[in-house]
Design a protein around this ligand. Sequence first.
Ligand code: SF4
Length: 742
Amino acid sequence: MQSTSTPTHCPYCALQCGMNLTPAQQGGVEVRDRTDFPVNRGALCGKGRTAPQVLSSRVRLTSPLVRAGDGTLAPATWDEALDRITGELTRIRAEHGADALGVFGGGGLTNEKAYALGKFARVVLGTSQIDYNGRFCMSSAAAAGIKAFGLDRGLPFPLEDIPRTGCVILVGSNPAETMPPALRYFTELRANGGTLIVVDPRRTRTAEQADLHLAPRPGTDLALALGLLHLVVAEGRTDEEYIQRRTSGWEEARAAAMAHWPEYVERITGVPVPQLREAVRLFCEPEHAMVLTARGPEQQSKGTDTVGAWINLCLATGRAGRPLSGYGCLTGQGNGQGGREHGQKADQLPGYRKLDDPAARAHVAGVWGVDPDSLPGPGRSAYELLDALGGDIRSLLLMGSNPVVSAPRAAHVEERLRSLEFLAVCDVVLSETAALADVVLPVTQWAEETGTTTNLEGRVLLRRRALTPPDGVRSDLEVMHGIAARLGVEKGFPTDPEEVFEELRRASAGGPADYSGITYRRLAEENGVFWPCPGGAEPGEGGALDAPGAGREEGGSPDAGAGLGEDASLDAPGADDPARDGDGGAGAHPHPGTPRLFLDGFATPDGRARFVPVTHRAAAEEPDDEYPVLLTTGRVVAQYQSGAQTRRVDELNAAAPSAFVELHPRLAVRLGTAEGDPVAVVSRRGRAVAPARITPHIRPDTVFMPFHWPGAGRANTLTNPALDPTSRMPEFKVCAVRLERA
Ligand code: SF4
């Protein structure tokens, strides 16, 4: 263990709060405030404060487990476990082809692991069948951002800009529960005279702090945004000069919005017209304003269009690509941003390149030392991949995910996992998914290994190793190295994270998410570096001139990279230094990174943001006589995602021990149920039972369940896997259910 304090970051959500880890008297490490990190300035939620408890949990895995002939999981040596994996993968590939081998990653994996996993799937296994649980997180916002701006970075500006804008509309986000230290940005906004509008069907702890709370019926955020845009036009609040100069496609988007007149929108959403008018007034009167979305509007079968409608509102009012104004997505998972950039997505190569782009394939294949034609094409999205298990996908290697709890239609996904010929899982504890595996590999955790993550602002951060891992565990990088070597790939899968990052820099050079100017040394010296941060592209390997935004008509030099802002361009000193010089252009004149995107132009071919004409449509499943109530799902402050880690912390379990069904008093009376009574929630996919929690802070037509728990109270037993046609996001946020007394 290090004898002194180690500055690092929390293992959980996308805020990636800074913390110091110091040796604890009783052994292990304890968390101390780290006030120099600007995002959280020392503040942490309970999850971050208690994170070290998972390191020494009594249920921590410290030996590989292999399923024996009697069906039980028994301890085994690493050689036995890795031999079993490679034997099964070799057999299945020989019998059914490489695409019979599935790989499933996670939005919590470091950039190095996500990068290595995508390369491992395509180079070692030769399979196209890889995706990850981040698909369930922010993929709709990513798709909408790329459509409108040509580039997806969750927040195109730092969080520190929020208190200085005039108004924020927070759509389907509850930071008071999901990332409490972020709440101060909104508190400071209001203290500075700005206003906060929260859109949520529940009066959450975040909504309680808002100047205006709009509570639409779940699944109607798209209509709500269109209704606001209609009023913006009707009241003459559009910014015509901005629309003409910086956007395209306005007439079609305007026509679509004008079909959503206020009374019609009130009927769809349940939000009264005066509240719509007040929201427009609050949003349009200040000079600057922002819209921030999270899972509420995004986790819908029309999530991409819904986010597109909110972006249209920003564009029509001139609130994008300008200082202190813009659209952003509050990403959820710890490395939800970096995890979607470097190749574990079904359609993607590192640097946010597209797998079906010949130039991208050639560039990355050059870095990997393989023939571009040997790289498989795009595969299936996360739910489609899980749904195909036991069909043409015969085996699965899973890292950093627990789909038995977190996937939609979870009982079906569990049944698909059980039907596999072979399942291998890497985890720190025996999660509900690991318990189904044929081989379980115990791996290191955040404080036991070094690696980078990219937080919700696009700020690349260095997590440092603070203590020695227990005997018997290995890192995910060591796992990939060991399997690759056994499958005859001796080189290209180093176990040193910095070595992996050096290769990632070269692979990302010239791509939309360009990390080539970032080094571990810089990350250790600076409080993170925002991408794109070019260090110079290698000639003939898809350099910066191929990047989106190159050759745009306005806003700076045609040499500029992807939507660079005022404080970053390829003209910056050091931009010509090749990434492979070991310093990434980070020597005498490093590229400063790009905290603010799009100020000079958007990352589209013509530099203009694109309006996308969208219209309201119903949820995939609307209430009917049999299933008359809407279910929406979400999180509570004391648990994180599937709870695989946080359910192992006594203090967090005491605060949030199990699932519940939140319902309005009128609904409770109709059902004849009292506080704490068990309630059965039944959808077309299954039945979940949990105690009633009765509150007036939810719409009477809606019930809410948090999704962190397995078993009888598993909310995802109920959720609908109807997919967004663009992002392939399942509709976690709305489905039809009926309630029964249990
Ligand atoms: Fe910060 Fe999120 Fe960790 Fe809480 S869970 S300490 S908000 S990074």
